[in-house]
Design a protein around this ligand. Structure first.
Ligand SMILES: NC(=O)c1ccc[n+]([C@@H]2O[C@H](COP(=O)([O-])OP(=O)(O)OC[C@H]3O[C@@H](n4cnc5c(N)ncnc54)[C@H](OP(=O)(O)O)[C@@H]3O)[C@@H](O)[C@H]2O)c1
Length: 281
């Protein structure tokens, strides 16, 4: 049951092992616990079913309050969290999962991600083995990674025979991540876009504002529509109920092939993307 502010739900995508994930959810960085509790509860009651948090955001307790105090039952929600590099081992992944579940007040997670590969530490394959065990155990419905490059994904496949169901990466019209997205498409990995509507200047790009005007939509809606029309999941963050509603209201219009191609032409490569071979937590 949802309240009167409820709007249409996002469509879903089925992950490789059968979990059903909404195509659009609420990002919660950099909210603190108090802000997250309010934003998450309000967003869920307004139609959001996917919520994205992380150990590193320090807001899982607040996110959990929002989830558990919303009007929507747990089984209809999809909660994602992520763990830091100190947990990159089989037992570490399990400890991180249990700690996140405790903070969130949940008895399972829909999707758990290795937040950054940290290849210099050299243990992400062990963390991945830990995630596979957690999925077998039923503590998580789906196993994934974040900020992995093609080489990191290849190594998981070579060493474990298994690829993540989702790779959450920095992706937007200015950073289209063509190499990793092509690898995902070839191997059935779902692409999930973080910072989908950043930088703010991108929302002033004449290609995007022109398409927005033609559809009587906002630039943010056009960027989010372009992402989801490509088949990617995304998690825009907003603390404003009005912008949360705006960001979810993108499934009742379609960009033409020409408009999709025009936005495809805005790619600036990986210049703005953090190098996950060198950085991460
Ligand atoms: N895996 C990772 O390493 C990683 C890294 C970064 C982020 N993430 C996840 O991805 C989520 C989204 O990324 P992000 O927060 O960096 O960027 P984003 O969602 O692209 O942009 C958020 C910013 O846009 C504003 N905004 C929201 N809706 C808007 C609209 N309709 N029009 C104009 N401005 C709007 C927000 O302000 P208001 O709140 O005031 O609306 C906020 O300042 C994060 O919250 C987090 O959950 C993951």
């Amino acid at each position: 049951m949802t309240d009167s502010l409820s709007s249409a739900l996002a469509p879903t995508i089925t992950l490789a092992r059968g979990a059903v994930m909404p195509m659009l959810g609420l990002g919660t960085w950099p909210m603190d616990d108090a802000e997250a509790a309010v934003a998450v509860k309000g967003a869920i009651n307004a139609g959001y079913r996917l919520v994205d948090t992380a150990e590193n955001y320090g807001n899982e307790i607040g996110v959990g309050h929002g989830v558990n105090e919303s009007d929507v039952r747990r089984g209809d929600l999809f909660v994602t969290t992520k763990f830091n590099k100190e947990w990159h081992s089989v037992e570490g992944a399990r400890a991180a999962c249990l700690a996140s579940m405790e903070r969130l007040g949940l008895d399972y997670l829909d999707l758990l991600l290795i937040h950054w590969p940290n290849p210099q530490q050299g243990a992400y394959v062990e963390a991945w083995k830990g995630l596979l065990k957690l999925r077998e155990e039923g503590l998580i419905k789906a196993a994934g990674v974040s900020n992995f490059k093609v080489d990191h994904l290849r190594r998981l496949l070579e060493e474990t025979g298994e690829l993540p169901e989702v790779n959450q990466i920095n992706l937007n019209p200015y950073a289209q991540r063509r190499d990793v997205v092509a690898y995902h498409a070839e191997h059935g990995v779902v692409t999930e876009a973080w910072s989908p509507i950043k930088p703010a200047a991108m929302l002033d790009d004449p290609v995007i504002t022109g398409i927005a005007a033609a559809h009587e939509r906002t630039p943010a809606q056009v960027a989010l529509r372009w992402i989801t029309q490509h088949g990617y999941v995304t998690v825009p963050k907003s603390s404003s109920r009005q912008r949360q509603t705006e960001n979810l209201a993108i499934f009742d219009f379609t960009l033409s092939d020409e408009e999709m191609a025009a936005i495809d032409g805005l790619d600036r490569g990986d210049a703005s993307v953090v190098d996950s071979d060198k950085n991460g937590h």
